[in-house]
Design a protein around this ligand. Structure first.
Ligand code: NAD
Length: 251
């Protein structure tokens, strides 16, 4: 496959389904080689197989992104298969909503590990197994980093940290030629999102979204691929909202 991501080697976490899977497929369709990381071995393998069958380049890398050693090992395998990494998409997430009084320590620890610590490991993996040339990090934020939403304290803590880390790392890593950006998806009914948002919740989100509809995985994937690619060569520290306008709507 050829395209604007030709020559890129990108590790995509959470790529077994949902937005991460769409991103992996988009990157491959634009010529990039992809390391498909997911904690669920079968879905990582299925995504990699689908990419390969379509003529793209991918390997499945089952790993828990909260585990630093596993993330670094996945990056090493990807570099061994396709060459030094040029990018990382920190997409994987595990979410529990609920009122703050009921937040349990193990659940909060796990969300912080998968949502925040994993982004550190992803960036370290890019530094250890990356190319010497231009490189890019794409993190996935959320509207909860911009707006208050009841019963999402743990998730907001994760995504607020990711938004701040995106700006911070853009400053720290810019001199090394590494761009660091984030995408904020609006409401996208992925398998994961559907397990925590019911139909009434989606009706409210449609109504709150100026474009009047939910997003599609492919629309988020397009923004991720753009931020990885040469057309975004002077963009860093940016949090690109791909949300149908939900975060700019007033009362
Ligand atoms: N879908 C939305 O409406 C929406 C909105 C805003 C932000 N987001 C963000 O987009 C990203 C993707 O969300 P999604 O809706 O596609 O979710 P999803 O649950 O459908 O997919 C997430 C994937 O991550 C994997 N995963 C979970 N824990 C992991 C771990 N420890 N190690 C490796 N893989 C792991 C899961 O197995 C799954 O395949 C997340 O960061 C989420 O917070 C989603």
């Amino acid at each position: 496959m050829s395209g604007e991501l030709q020559g890129q080697v990108v590790l995509v976490t959470g790529a077994g389904r949902g937005i991460g899977q769409a991103a992996a497929m988009r990157i491959a369709a634009r010529g990039g080689a992809v390391g498909v990381v997911d904690i669920v071995d079968e879905t990582a393998s299925a995504t990699a197989a689908e990419i390969t069958q379509a003529g793209g380049r991918a390997i499945a890398l089952a790993a828990d992104v909260a585990d630093r050693t596993a993330v670094l090992a996945a990056a090493e395998r990807l570099a061994g298969a396709f060459g030094p990494l040029t990018g990382i998409v920190n997409d994987a997430m595990w979410i529990r909503y609920g009122p703050i009084e009921g937040v349990e320590e193990e659940v909060l620890d796990r969300m912080l590990a998968v949502g925040v610590k994993a982004a550190f490991w992803g960036v370290q993996a890019l530094l250890q197994h990356g190319s010497q040339g231009p490189r890019a990090v794409v993190n996935i934020a959320s509207p909860v980093a911009d707006l208050g939403m009841a019963n999402t304290a743990s998730y907001t803590a994760v995504k607020g940290a990711i938004a701040a880390l995106t700006r911070q790392l853009a400053v720290e890593l810019g001199p090394q030629g590494i761009r660091v950006n984030a995408v904020t998806p609006g409401a996208v009914p992925t398998p994961g999102a559907r397990s925590i948002v019911d139909e009434a919740g989606y009706a409210r989100r449609r109504q709150q979204t100026p474009l009047g509809r939910l997003g599609e995985e492919s629309e988020i994937a397009a923004a991720i691929a753009f931020l990885l690619g040469p057309d975004a060569s002077f963009i860093t520290g940016e949090i690109l909202h791909v949300d149908g306008g939900i975060t700019v709507k007033s009362m």
